[in-house]
Design a protein around this ligand. Structure first.
Ligand code: HEC
Length: 212
């Protein structure tokens, strides 16, 4: 629908009238500085996982310039909240990004992403908060919320989350064969074996799901 000029001016007049009716609220509203719009997170926020910063067995980044804060949280032996802008990845296709304070209280401001990755880069397959489900039917939040609170929803393998069937050999192989990276050659025999094992596991899982 096109809004004609007269309708637009009526709308402006209407707004002025509404403002007049709230004598107190309006000047306050006008004086309050506009809340800064958080930078949009697009697929450009994501890149070759091995070019991110390696901390223990996973990779981190910070979109807001506080990489040191993110690394400190990831290296902490007692746990601390990750700063705004933190990006955390164990495998190329699943990402947690720490959004601005107050973005989503339930997920402690983490936004979950599932990506499709290829030599052309990253495409966002799904994103969001408590509702995000990965391609295997797992709800990110339902698992990650089980981490003891000092770990800020980071599961690791000892923070209280249900375990995932991926071994560190498999996650390491997925990292080293991220198709977004300029990999020097074919995977090492160890990585190829871990990926073959993972492939067999996924196939068996899909077959079992199809029988249900
Ligand atoms: C079945 C439970 C489960 C589901 C579902 C799940 N995760 Fe995880 N996730 C884990 C566990 C457990 C680890 C740690 C594994 C390890 O360190 O070996 C992990 C690790 C991670 C990490 C690395 C940091 C950490 O917490 O250790 C990120 C990032 C992550 N998952 C994101 C996601 C996203 C995004 C989704 C949904 C698209 C998702 N996960 C779905 C259980 C789950």
């Amino acid at each position: 629908m096109k809004i004609g000029l007269s309708e637009a001016s009526r709308a402006v007049r209407g707004a002025r009238l509404a403002c007049g009716a709230m004598l107190l609220a309006c000047p306050v509203m006008a004086a309050a500085p506009a809340a800064p719009t958080p930078p949009a997170i697009t697929e450009n926020a994501f890149r070759c996982i091995t070019q991110m910063t390696h901390v223990r067995h996973y990779y981190v980044d910070n979109l807001a310039g506080d990489l040191a804060g993110t690394v400190r949280a990831a290296e902490s032996t007692t746990g601390e909240p990750y700063p705004v802008g933190s990006v955390v990845q164990l495998v190329p296709t699943e990402v947690m990004v720490k959004r601005e304070k107050g973005f989503n209280a339930a997920t402690r401001d983490w936004e979950f992403f599932e990506l499709d990755v290829s030599a052309d880069g990253s495409k966002i397959r799904t994103r969001g908060f408590v509702e995000v489900v990965n391609r295997f039917g797992g709800n990110c939040f339902a698992c990650h919320i089980k981490a003891q609170s000092q770990w800020d929803m980071i599961c690791d393998n000892s923070h209280g989350c249900d375990t995932i069937p991926l071994t560190r050999a498999m996650t390491g192989a997925l990292q080293r064969t991220d198709p977004r990276c300029k990999n020097p050659g074919p995977p090492s025999p160890e990585d190829a074996a871990a990926l073959a094992q993972l492939g067999a596991m996924l196939k068996a899982g899909a077959a079992a799901a199809a029988k249900k």
